[in-house]
Design a binder for this molecule. Structure first.
Ligand code: MLT
Length: 256
């Protein structure tokens, strides 16, 4: 489905009935990465899964900040008559989810932070982002070359690797560069975590090569009452690599 926001045309999935759940995808993917969650969520929940600006079928691929992305999602929920919802973000989606909670906390009934960080990038990570931005100017092949081995664990199934590779192959170069800039410049929410009052679930893949499980555990420790679930047999994209375990954790939490 498509909706015209102030920032452009946003493509999103809106499926199922029940309390709303907003699913925010990782970089450099799109909303279809949530496919393995739909069959368990949609019988009980209204799932809203947007393509972040410039990804999937959202257009145009213009520059954004985390705060502007939170504004986009707020506008989307307004247009869909959703007052509040559970917000679940994976990786880049988690950065956006935290920013959304920070600005629109009354809209957030529950928060799921999967394979993500609360802190800002450190010097080394900023340098790597800048190298990535420069490399993307020569084509998006760098995304599959550099990212695919880090997104998935080495023994990821052929099917999952193929799905992720296909999503990356369709990425628009300028959308990717804008997202890397937004991630590089994102605020640090580490010291705000103790203020999260809604129920929270922190998820990590046990073999995540991008976010160390200790970083995820630190987020869970800092949020009062947060649950922490480590997904076995999974790398960074835990919802795709071990959907059975991810779905169990997500559903148990959402049904609480
Ligand atoms: C993601 O999976 O969304 C990104 O790898 C996150 C990041 O680069 O920080």
């Amino acid at each position: 489905m498509k909706v015209l926001l102030k920032s452009g045309m946003l493509n999103y999935l809106d499926q199922g009935t029940g309390p709303a759940v907003l699913l925010i995808h990782a970089f450099p993917l799109n909303h279809t990465m949530w496919e393995p969650q739909l069959s368990v969520l949609t019988p009980r929940f209204r799932v809203i899964a947007p393509d972040i600006r410039g990804f999937g079928e959202s257009q145009p691929p213009s520059a954004w900040t985390m705060e502007e992305m939170a504004d986009d999602l707020n506008e989307l929920l307004g247009k869909l008559d959703v007052t509040d919802c559970a917000v679940a973000g994976i990786s880049m989606g988690g950065y956006i989810a935290l920013q959304f909670w920070s600005k629109y906390s009354t809209r957030v009934r529950k928060l799921v932070l999967a394979d993500t960080r609360a802190r800002a990038d450190n010097e080394t990570e900023i340098k790597a982002r800048n190298e990535m931005i420069a490399a993307i100017e020569h084509g998006t092949i760098v995304l599959s070359d550099r990212m695919l081995p880090r997104l998935l664990q080495p023994n990821a199934s052929h099917d999952v690797a193929g799905t992720v590779r296909a999503m990356i192959a369709g990425v628009d170069a300028s959308a990717a560069a804008h997202a890397v800039v937004a991630m590089r410049d994102r605020p640090d929410f580490s010291s705000a975590l103790h203020r999260i009052k809604c129920p929270a679930l922190v998820v990590t893949g046990e073999n995540d090569a991008i976010i160390r499980p200790d970083d995820s555990r630190g987020i869970a420790d800092a949020i009062p009452g947060a649950q922490f679930v480590q997904i076995t047999d999974s790398g960074h994209l835990s919802n795709l690599e071990n959907p059975a375990a991810f779905n169990r954790a997500l559903l148990d939490f959402l049904l609480l």
